[in-house]
Ligand binder design. Sequence first.
Ligand code: IMP
Ligand code: MG
Length: 190
Amino acid sequence: MNELSADVERVLIGSDELSEIAKRLGAEIDADYSYIDGVKDKLVLLGVLKGSVVFMGDLMKNITVPAEIDFMKVSSYGASTTHGKSVNIILDLYRKDLPNTDILIVEDIIDSGRTLSYLADYLLLKGARSVKAVTLLDKPDRREIDFQPQYVGKVIPDEFVIGYGLDYAEKYRTLPYVGILKREVYEKQL
Ligand code: IMP
Ligand code: MG
């Protein structure tokens, strides 16, 4: 057992199930965007840094319609395990082709809904032709803003999860599974 996995209460989604999820979502996305030709119509998979990188890597391999990738970085102020009121753009998206671009935001987890709802509004305001979202995980019990991503990998209970890109204080992103973090790890920080 390595140092990181010692802080894991239990594995919630193992690597086989994570692969299955990426496969299923890739097929759903392929079917919906089958009109994309990659020349006139563009699909951009827009990863939200940093939590989505591992999921993005697996998902993109399962999408066969032509797609470009891009990234934005946002931060929400507040404590590490809860979220404040405002979303801040740390790394913006600069593209001239937004009017003929369909954006699919790729997110690790939706919690209060603030990040995805803010990003979707922002990208539409910037002129994107359409904006949808895919999230690996959904914690519906925590929603404060009524936003529902079009594609959801797995609905999970209200627990703090780490691994497969997701962090607690920048740690645990490298774990190959999604696990529930032991409460004592973040409670001793509060
Ligand atoms: P929202 O804006 O409240 O929906 O929060 C979304 C962001 O909060 C995600 O992109 C994550 O970075 C972070 N987050 C929410 N819940 C968790 C969790 O259980 N583990 C790790 N990060 C989380
Ligand atoms: Mg995130």
